[in-house]
Design a protein around this ligand. Structure first.
Ligand SMILES: Cc1cc2nc3c(=O)[nH]c(=O)nc-3n(C[C@H](O)[C@H](O)[C@H](O)COP(=O)(O)OP(=O)(O)OC[C@H]3O[C@@H](n4cnc5c(N)ncnc54)[C@H](O)[C@@H]3O)c2cc1C
Length: 439
């Protein structure tokens, strides 16, 4: 195990720290030790060192938290990226996943088995942080949040105890595993998830509109989205066109269908707008989740600098969208965008710490290329978040707590926050693990 601990001062330590965080903008926080366990015993040993040396511990699976919260100043990072097994059960109903598995690896494995799973939109995100946050993936409307499909979790507690968590054993930890996100009070070393039925045909429509259409698009989109069947995932993105810098609205509706006829039926309301809105372009594409991943990858260039936040509120989309379009006009970087829509979790019945679904959501993503742009882009994000209603909550996977009046608490209902605080005290009384933003 000693050989898997890399300490400050060791060769290559700085590069290892940088690589732990996917965002091209790296936190200034410097840990003391990185532990890279190959198995559960390695996690137990790493935690023993942390307890002995009183090091605060951050856990890292795929490193995609935008703020790099796995890094603890003068603490330990337990990097679980080597725990990347995907084992599909012989009856194909469930899969056992290591936290270091990425969405693309998971998707490939379940697709090869003829099954499906609501994997996150971006291929390189780790399932550890994704599942623990609740997880909004492809076709969440039909398949539910990814975290709702977690049936069993194996964890190592701060005290070094290995526990199997399910409905009958440590149910409070199972509850926390769907939504506690970066506040989960143990190290999750594997997840058993329930798989879904694979759609036979996936097809999507993409419509682009000028900003002069904002009000009409907001009304049209809200109505269409409310009327769409659960297997149609619709999203609205406000962005600046790379060629002329003009603010545009892009609507995508994806049908996860049984066959081509069903997809045609699902997409007809989106592609035959009959005069109410006038798109600049309409395209139809048939493909697979891998093609959808490629669309997301193009929006998130590797190595770029990112800052993001999100809001879930009851503001109707039309009045919210007016504000977002004005915000987009002012974005210092043409790479940035704002995603918005009617909340797919609005009807969630998740039995978990995830507890903040409201009718509308929006998430500005500032993307820029060099450190010289940090101030302007941070300022834009702050200003954009000021434009959205103040009575609001946030999704923990993509929150910037310092931009919220209640900080990280704004990610939970009062009841969930109280329960999570209790669960954290019970399983980690000394507050060793995942303590970002609550210390
Ligand atoms: C480009 C991009 C696209 C995204 N798209 C989506 C999306 O479509 N849907 C969505 O829901 N979210 C999305 N997210 C958000 C993403 O789900 C969260 O940032 C998530 O936390 C990333 O998981 P990770 O394991 O890669 O991150 P990490 O940075 O490794 O983990 C984040 C935090 O979660 C906790 N944690 C992680 N693993 C464990 C574990 N095994 N045990 C205990 N605690 C743990 C730790 O506190 C850790 O610091 C996206 C993020 C990015 C950067």
């Amino acid at each position: 195990m000693e050989s898997r601990l890399v300490a400050r001062g060791d060769a290559g330590f700085e590069n290892l720290v940088r690589d732990l965080v996917w965002n091209g903008r790296k936190p200034t926080v410097v840990p003391k030790i990185i532990a890279r366990p190959a198995d559960v015993a390695g996690v137990v040993e790493a935690l023993a060192v942390a307890r002995r040396d009183q090091l605060p511990v951050g856990v890292r699976s795929g490193g995609h938290n935008w703020l790099g919260v796995c890094l603890r100043q003068d603490g330990m990072v337990i990097d679980l990226s080597a725990l990347r097994q995907v084992e599909i059960a012989p009856d194909l109903s469930t899969a056992r996943l290591g936290p270091g598995v990425t969405n693309d690896v998971l998707h490939t494995a379940v697709e090869e088995a003829g099954r499906a799973f609501p994997v996150g939109h971006c291929p390189s995100v780790g399932v550890g942080g994704y599942l623990l946050s609740g997880g909004f993936g492809w076709n969440s409307g039909e398949w539910g949040m990814a975290g709702e499909r977690v049936r069993r979790v194996e964890v190592v507690t701060a005290a070094g105890e290995v526990l199997v968590v399910d409905e009958d054993h440590h149910p409070d930890l199972l509850w926390a595993a769907c939504g506690a996100g970066m506040l989960f009070p143990a190290v999750a070393t594997s997840f058993e998830v329930e798989l879904a039925t694979r759609p036979r045909h996936i097809e999507w429509a993409t419509l682009v509109f000028g900003r002069d259409q904002t009000r009409a698009v907001a009304d049209w989109f809200s109505t269409r989205q409310r009327q769409a069947p659960a297997n149609v995932e619709a999203a609205l993105r406000v962005h600046r066109d790379g060629r002329d810098g003009a603010t545009r609205l892009e609507v995508t509706a994806v049908s996860f269908a049984g066959d081509r006829d069903q997809a045609n039926h699902d997409l007809r309301p989106w592609t035959e707008p009959v005069g109410q809105v006038s798109p600049l372009s309409v395209t139809r594409t048939a493909g697979g989740v891998r093609d959808l991943f490629a669309v997301e990858d193009a929006l998130h260039p590797v190595g770029a600098r990112y800052a993001t936040d999100n809001v879930q509120c009851d503001e109707p989309l039309p009045s919210l969208l007016d504000q977002l379009v004005v915000a987009m006009d002012r974005a210092p970087s043409h790479l940035s965008f704002i995603g918005t829509g009617v909340n797919p979790a609005g009807s969630s019945t998740a039995e978990g710490a995830f507890s903040v679904a409201m009718s509308t959501f929006a998430y500005p993503v500032a993307i820029w290329e060099s450190a010289a742009g940090d101030g302007a882009n941070d300022g834009w994000l702050r200003e954009t978040m000021r434009r959205v209603p103040s009575a609001r909550t946030s999704y923990i996977a993509e929150t910037t707590p310092e931009l919220h009046p209640g900080g990280v608490r704004d990610c939970f209902s009062a009841e969930s926050w109280e329960r999570l605080t209790r669960v954290r005290r019970q399983y980690d009384p000394a507050g060793l693990l995942n303590v970002a933003y609550v210390e």
